[in-house]
Write a protein that binds this ligand. Sequence first.
Ligand SMILES: [Zn+2]
Length: 357
Amino acid sequence: MARVRRTESSECQNLMRIGTPTDDRQLRSVDTGCMPRSRSGMPPTSAIRRMDAREATRRVGFQLAERTWAAACALIARTAQPGRSARAWAASGHDRVLVVAPHPDDETIGAGGVIALHVAAHDDVSVVVVTDGGASRARGLRRPEMVQLREQEVRSAARILGVEQLECLRLAEGNWTAPHAERLLAARLAASQLIYVPTCVDFHPEHVAVARLLAGLLQPGQTVRGYQVGVPLTPVLVNVVADIGQVRTRKLHALEALRTQTESIQPLQRLARYQARLYRLAAAEVFWEMRAEVYATTTRAGDWRRRSVCPYRGIRPWPGSDPLAALVGLRARLALRRLADRGLQFELCNSRLHQPG
Ligand SMILES: [Zn+2]
């Protein structure tokens, strides 16, 4: 995730401060600025009490909403059992794995757990970060500072996950061209067997632009796993589920290293908790696995270029509307699923035709 939309940023900043006692102190220091003050220069005690009451109410609302949706996920897990139609993730121990991230954080958010698991299984793991993430205006940082900090952060996160080969292509976010990016990426993609990629099921134009770029570069026969960031793939598309329970703490530490993006990452962690409930695991990452040919077909079919025509909705700071992230765009997901199934049938049919005898 690169940025919190500006219209949501102030609300988001306030909402995301809810949590720990330290956060409460921050709230006081930030939000008491416009209050009447006593002679001592401090806001009156009654004003602080009113503010505390508002924050307490908001905190209870957050918890209540998340618990409700988590309970709904648990109910779906028991009744529909979405895990039955997905394969359990496993590492071979000899794969050349590449994780492609549009921004310096997407690799950790979408695949941080399996990165750590691939490393533990002695797979050869590389991570490529395509853009510099400089369009983010989180914490009021200017572009040069943001770019520098985000690269430092992603390097820290990669170290925590055990990645030794991390490359930042440093393309200016929102201002890069496909031919230049193709030159930088083509050889790395060709040398990989298993590639983790963003998909067109997303609300961020940069994620979709990178998916479009990859769709044109992948070789027939390569296996890709689409990861999710802010838009749930949902059981409609998920066909591989990774139990990341044993590396859960490591992933959380890696996410904590992405300090400039804390506010946009917090709602995504809620999404991760729902997902774990849905697949009855302590912690899970989900993927849409397909052959490169199918990825190219679905990415082209599901492509969108402007936010106004994006069929999906990401998870937002306030948890009250969380289910909409899965429900909005359901028809588009079903169409992609049909397209992917047709591609698979076509491949199976082709392989049978070419079998001797
Ligand atoms: Zn991103």
